[in-house]
Ligand binder design. Structure first.
Ligand SMILES: [Zn+2]
Length: 607
């Protein structure tokens, strides 16, 4: 009896352990496929300091040995340093033995550790780092301002080794140069009593001691990095997002007085998670936090956690608040679960997030609102830029290619990037486009998806080469300017419409939609414009009255897209109404004759 009870107890404990440690819809990733970070930290709110001890279990997954390792130490970046930020590395041990290190990199944000013995392929080591961080007074993703600590990029994080070698790019203020592998995190973070902490991960527990609250965060599934925000002024509301058969707990942290906006942020995050899960693939994690901070930006993306700037927390700014929350939440799919080098290939996250935040409006409010938001936040800014600059750039450019020209970076990568994705969506159709999104999320989840991988997957789903698309619209630049001419001739009841689309802009290749308006309806056909001109003949049962090139502005570039009258032959064919009338008369005569015949036969029979 006693043993039985014990057995049942063990069974229940085992079940609970595996149940709580696994996500029902996702296979749990093998732990040794990812590195692990264990950090114990204490925030000193008076001194604006974090004292921390970090342990990283790092595995060499490459086919060459390493004599040294590299980590990013972003608090040293000049934009933080100038306002009091820094990181002091006090001691480093490798597998328990003290190791030498230097702080290097063009902006002093690289930590180079000299290994006592080479780290061979498939070998793992334990790196222990003791460090102290000074938090700058700055409205930023890393900084203290008006009672809020925004704590991203505060701890040493492994640089990525790939075909480029070690990726040691400097910190980038406008945009991101971040590039991390997913890892597991266990964070113990001490704050003064009464301080509220929001962060990446699952909140395991808050140990409340006199004068000190200790938050314990962990990640049952790999995340790309760990970020947090701390304030004693935070209020919290929460809700649930339905993802498949699971519920995701969503929390919104806002500052006192911002209740309405805090609620808007919560609801937007919930709807975003539900829609992106449906259209892209399930949100992998069980929790999500949307958090108000002070930033010069609109928002900033982190895994399971997004920062939204305080100035948007006003009911009057509801639409822009929704837009930014939807954008940053989308980054959990694009940069978070499916990763990229945000500096080298911002195309692999920003256009996806930007297009997603407009699609959010389609899915929540309908087509009309989507068109309005897309025009206002994506198309107009790009066209304004083209007018002012008279220059276009490839959306595949890196943040480093754009350099100090952050306006060009944001306009080209975000706005033009979203227009190009929308064009791809139109080209493939919804079914294939969202199949592609699902495919990327499945194949590259917790991994890195490069632009070339995206092209391979896009072509696989589309079923044809997309060289022309990527060469013209992704790797290349240039803006077309289309106009259309059309003439028709009538043969019997059929109209043969000849369409000619001229491109007075840059000679890019595109499949261009042309709308044909008849008296009763309109149809859209597509034709190839390769360079300066494209032509097509279309047979129609109705008289075409006017034609419009790219009426919904799918192909980036402003066109002469007002309806253009169709020129008919000199011998004007009868209009559709006359033709219709003749047809009706003829048919009724035939019909009448038929009935007469049957009647006659009937009469004959009766006779
Ligand atoms: Zn973004």
């Amino acid at each position: 009896m006693h043993n039985n009870k014990f057995f049942i107890l063990i069974t229940i404990i085992t079940f609970l352990f595996f149940y709580t440690c696994s996500t029902p819809t996702l296979a749990v990733a093998a732990v040794n496929s990812y590195d692990k970070y264990i950090i114990s930290a204490k925030l000193n709110v008076e001194k604006l300091e974090i004292q921390a001890n970090e342990t990283i279990y790092y595995t060499n997954r490459h086919d060459l040995g390493f004599n040294e390792l590299y980590l990013h130490i972003y608090p040293n970046a000049p934009s933080f340093k100038s306002l009091g930020g820094s990181i002091e590395i006090r001691k480093i041990s490798i597998d328990g033995k003290e190791a030498k290190f230097i702080v290097t990199g063009e902006d002093r944000t690289i930590l180079k550790i000299f290994l006592p013995t080479p780290l061979l392929p498939s070998s793992s080591i334990k790196i222990e780092i003791s460090f102290k961080v000074k938090i700058p007074i700055k409205e930023d993703r890393f900084g203290y301002y008006a009672g809020v600590f925004a704590l991203a990029h505060w701890y040493p994080i492994m640089a990525v080794y790939d075909e480029r070698g070690w990726n040691l790019d400097p910190y980038w203020d406008a945009g991101e140069s971040f590039y991390f592998e997913c890892a597991y995190y266990n964070i113990t973070f001490s704050v003064p009593e009464g301080y509220v902490m929001a962060a990446t991960g699952r909140l395991d527990e808050i140990k409340k001691k006199a004068g000190e609250w200790i938050y314990k965060w962990y990640t049952p599934l790999p995340v790309r990095e760990f970020a947090a925000a701390v304030s004693k002024n935070y209020e919290v509301v929460s809700g649930e997002a339905s993802v498949g058969r699971r519920k995701v707990k969503v929390y919104s942290y806002y500052l006192l007085g911002h209740e309405v906006a805090g609620e808007i942020a919560l609801n937007t995050a919930i709807k975003s998670i539900e829609f992106y899960s449906k259209y892209y693939g399930e949100y992998a994690y069980s929790e999500f936090r949307v958090v108000e901070v002070y930033g010069w930006f609109g928002g900033m993306e982190y895994p399971m956690f997004v920062m939204i700037t305080s100035s948007l927390y006003s009911p009057q700014r509801k639409t822009i608040l929704e837009l930014v929350v939807a954008h940053e939440t989308a980054h959990n799919w694009w940069y978070g679960m499916v990763g990229n080098h945000e500096g080298l290939e911002p195309i692999m996250d920003e256009p996806f997030a930007e297009y997603s935040d407009t699609l959010y409006f389609k899915w929540v409010y309908g087509e009309k609102k989507f068109e309005e938001i897309f025009d206002l936040t994506v198309r107009r800014p790009y066209y304004r830029f083209l007018k002012i600059r008279d220059k276009d750039y490839p959306i595949a450019w890196s943040v480093f290619d754009f350099g100090a020209d952050s306006q060009a970076y944001f306009t080209i990568v975000y706005n033009k990037g979203a227009m190009v994705l929308r064009m791809l969506n139109w080209l493939m159709g919804d079914a294939k486009y969202f199949e592609l999104m699902h495919r990327l999320q499945e194949k590259y989840r917790f991994k890195i998806c490069k632009l070339r991988d995206f092209k391979v997957e896009a072509e696989r789903v589309y079923g044809a080469s997309l060289d022309w698309f990527f060469n013209s619209w992704v790797y290349g630049s240039g803006v077309p300017h289309y106009s259309v001419e059309a003439y028709a001739k009538q043969t019997g009841l059929t109209y043969t419409l000849h369409l000619k689309v001229k491109n007075a802009g840059d000679p890019v290749i595109a499949l261009v939609p042309v709308r044909i308006n008849t008296r009763l309806t309109s149809i859209t056909v597509t034709l190839w414009v390769n360079g300066t001109q494209g032509e097509k003949e279309v047979s129609l049962p109705f008289e075409p009255l006017t034609v419009q090139v790219d009426p919904n502005d799918i192909v980036p570039g402003e066109d002469d897209n007002k309806p253009v009258p169709v020129k008919l032959n000199i011998m004007k064919a009868p209009s559709v109404d006359v033709a219709l009338l003749i047809t009706i008369i003829l048919l009724s005569l035939v019909d009448f004759a038929g009935i007469k015949k049957i009647e006659n036969r009937g009469h004959k029979g009766r006779k």
